[in-house]
Design a binder for this molecule. Structure first.
Ligand code: HEC
Ligand code: HEC
Length: 192
């Protein structure tokens, strides 16, 4: 064998190995890294208009991503982004974020609104937003310690009909005043 052929054999060997490495599916943690720029390291968002994903149930993340992907839920960036992931990848990321601890935020909140919200939540929201919003029934998102600004943006989208409210939630939300709804969001944002 000439030197030239040895070089060729070596190069193709290296190429074959790197092709194999690329074929290995990325891990859930690797996939979720792509979300860190906005949702923070391990899903603990640092900015008030970006939701934390840490501690959300797998079901609620899969549900949100599926709705973003189909366009059923309005989005500024998530619609386009969600289309880049397969159902299996979305499930893997949902699993990853569900295992991270809920991100405790320190935000300035109106204490009078927080206590008003605390007195309203059980009768109106606790059927699905369980345990002070630290858990959610089925695909209900966790709201405990979520950014107030984000929750207010979502509530505004629900009230204008831009984002579709689940029927049973709408029954509770519709009769409430804007002030009481805002008090509830203050309450959930305050839960540590
Ligand atoms: C460029 C910033 C950005 C990146 C990157 C990003 N997101 Fe988002 N995400 C947002 C914004 C903003 C929203 C609110 C909806 C909207 O306006 O698109 C959101 C909302 C969400 C929600 C809904 C949460 C809730 O409680 O309502 C989920 C779930 C989500 N993103 C998952 C992901 C996943 C998984 C990734 C990584 C593959 C990701 N996002 C990457 C900006 C981003
Ligand atoms: C019957 C169950 C149910 C009840 C009752 C309910 N919710 Fe919800 N809530 C949900 C579900 C499910 C979602 C996510 C659905 C979606 O995709 O829009 C949600 C989402 C939300 C969100 C958006 C959170 C996010 O991260 O995107 C807010 C804010 C909210 N609910 C507030 C309330 C308030 C305040 C009450 C009480 C007045 C309430 N909900 C009562 C089931 C419920």
């Amino acid at each position: 064998m000439t030197m030239k052929w040895r070089g060729w054999a070596l190069t193709t060997g290296v190429l074959a190995i790197s092709a194999m490495a690329q074929a290995a599916p990325p891990t859930a943690a690797m996939l979720s890294n792509a979300c860190a720029g906005c949702h923070g390291t391990n899903g603990g968002s640092a900015g008030p208009s970006m939701p934390s994903l840490a501690g959300q149930s797998k079901e609620s993340i899969v549900d949100a991503m599926t709705k973003f992907k189909s366009g059923a839920r309005p989005a500024s960036v998530m619609g386009r982004l969600a289309k880049g992931y397969s159902d299996a990848e979305i499930a893997a990321m949902g699993e990853f974020f569900s295992k991270q601890k809920i991100h405790v935020t320190n935000q300035s909140l109106d204490p009078a609104k927080v206590s008003r919200g605390a007195s309203l939540q059980e009768a109106n929201c606790s059927r699905c937003h369980i345990d002070d919003g630290k858990e959610g029934k089925d695909d209900t998102p966790v709201m405990a310690s979520q950014w107030l600004t984000y929750l207010q943006m979502q509530m505004a989208d629900y009230l204008t009909g831009h984002r579709k409210m689940p029927e049973k939630m709408k029954e509770k939300v519709d009769p409430m005043s804007k002030e009481d709804l805002d008090a509830l969001l203050h309450f959930y944002a305050s839960v540590k």
